[in-house]
Design a protein around this ligand. Structure first.
Ligand code: BES
Ligand code: ZN
Length: 457
């Protein structure tokens, strides 16, 4: 391990430069115009794997390529782990809120600023760098590793879902390792043992066949924008709970132990509110902010559109209104059951004077794994060693829906060993990744394979 860690220390500058190169590809999966940039990003990471002697194949799909790279030689006596990451990134817009251009990485105060830096290029590159350290120091890798790097995570992983069942034997493993999540701080690294699930849908209200003069016609017909607002408001009760029959039926309550663990993470409400730019925090009554954002289900309106949006005023009753909605789910809520219940309730709230229609978006199951199992405990030891501080166990609010597909198709549980910090701004302007988290993340990744090799598989 000494040689591996020394190698990582000696190569810090180059590893930072490599990350900068990777971040310069504007691999925005949501935008058609960036299709060529996704290809170049995929080929860049595939070439990095090839240079290290990994058996690497870039699989074409009807969407963006999927890179699979395996360490050599495959030793059947060693356990095999699958390391998953994604080279696609969120759209950078709005550009004017970025301090420097999103695809021109900037290093300032120990952070690297660029879209995709923490979510997720920096985090999976840290894993590859740790493997590089083993290979370049001729230190035998304690586990066989398969890297699986896709380009559609931010748009729902459509082609990876098709790829998984077809390539079961290629991807066969004893467990999956993902760093696409966060830790409370560098002094409080953690193993994430739960993620929220998600249900997304768009609801549209259609009223008159065209926008109408609100003076001549207003009052004689329903206003679709108002109807939509009242319907959506009806989905949240006074306690901040989702007001849909059956919504909470399958929710697993937080245990006393979990609440105590969560309470250990210092949390300053005022500071947090300031960071978010809100006058005060808000949410479901009876839960702390950390519980609300990680272990309780929620309803969010992600987008709301209707009527005249141009300069000045226009006195109309708009012809239609629409909203993009997401619901974060917690163990053991079932996305398809929840989706059906939501549509039923939306229909029930809709007045007969307008028409309602839906289009479905992503669904992803919530994830929960015991933090006490042998692999999880091995990960806790690796995190503690890599970061030099006692690892906590945490739940997180984000979703990585492919995790439940790994469980279904590969029969493998996932270890979530995040490196991102709470102020990294994923999906927001000025996304960053801490260079200290990058360095410590590489050390953690190096320890992880040694720790995982010690347990019974
Ligand atoms: N890295 C995130 C997921 C994440 C963030 C997990 C923070 C844990 C903590 C991932 O890239 C992401 O953004 N996922 C989407 C999934 C959606 C598009 C189905 C999400 O959570 O919104
Ligand atoms: Zn993301």
């Amino acid at each position: 391990m000494r040689a591996v860690l020394d190698y990582l220390a000696a190569n810090e500058k180059r590893h930072t430069a490599d990350l900068c190169t990777y971040l310069r590809f504007p691999s925005v999966s949501a935008q058609e115009k960036h299709k060529p940039d996704l290809r170049t990003a995929a080929h860049w990471i595939a070439d990095r794997c090839l240079e290290l002697g990994l058996e690497t194949v870039t699989h074409e799909t009807a969407g963006h390529p999927i890179v699979v790279a395996k360490t050599q030689p495959h030793d059947p006596k060693k356990p095999t782990y699958l390391v998953y990451g994604h080279y696609d990134v969120q759209p950078p817009e709005p550009f004017d809120l970025w301090t420097s251009p999103p695809f021109e990485p900037r290093i300032e105060n120990g952070n690297i600023y660029a879209r995709g830096s923490c979510d997720n290029k920096g985090q999976h590159l840290a894993h590859l760098n740790a493997v590089e350290a083993y290979i370049r120091t001729s230190t035998p890798l304690p586990c066989n590793l398969t890297f699986l790097i896709e380009g559609e995570e931010e748009i729902g992983s459509t082609h990876l879902y098709e790829f998984l069942p077809i390539h079961r034997s290629l991807l066969a493993c004893d467990g999956v390792v993902i760093s696409d999540n966060g830790i409370p701080s560098l002094k409080q690294p953690s193993l994430t043992y739960a993620l929220r699930g998600i249900v997304a849908l768009e609801v549209r209200i259609d009223g008159p066949s065209r926008d109408l003069h609100s003076g001549i016609f207003g009052g004689s017909l329903e206003n679709p924008a108002l109807a939509l607002c009242q319907i959506l408001a009806g989905l949240r009760d006074r306690k901040g709970r989702v007001d849909v029959p059956g919504f909470y039926d399958d929710v697993v309550a937080l245990s006393k132990y979990e609440r105590a663990q969560m309470a250990q993470i210092p949390f300053n409400e005022k500071q947090y509110a300031r960071f978010l730019g809100v006058p005060e925090l808000s949410g479901e009554i009876g839960y702390t902010a950390n519980e609300r954002r990680t272990a309780r289900p929620t309803f969010e309106i992600n987008g709301l559109t209707s009527g005249y949006q141009g300069q000045g005023s226009k006195t109309i009753v708009p012809a239609w209104a629409s909203a993009k909605l997401t619901f974060r789910l917690v163990p053991n809520q079932k996305p398809t059951r929840i989706l059906a219940a939501l549509k039923r309730q939306l229909k029930a709230l809709c007045p007969p004077s307008v028409r309602m229609s839906f289009s479905d978006g992503h669904v992803g199951e919530p994830y929960l794994v015991s933090p006490k199992g042998p692999a999880a405990q091995a990960a806790v030891r690796a995190i503690t060693a890599g970061f030099g501080c006692e690892a906590l166990i945490t739940r997180e609010g984000g979703s990585i829906p492919i995790v439940s597909a790994f469980k279904r198709h590969l029969k493998a549980e996932t270890l979530l060993v995040g490196m991102s910090l709470p102020d990294d701004n994923p999906h927001s302007p000025n996304e960053k990744f801490s260079l200290e988290a990058y360095t410590k993340g590489m050390r953690m990744a190096a320890y992880l394979w040694a720790e995982l090799a010690t347990i019974n598989h």
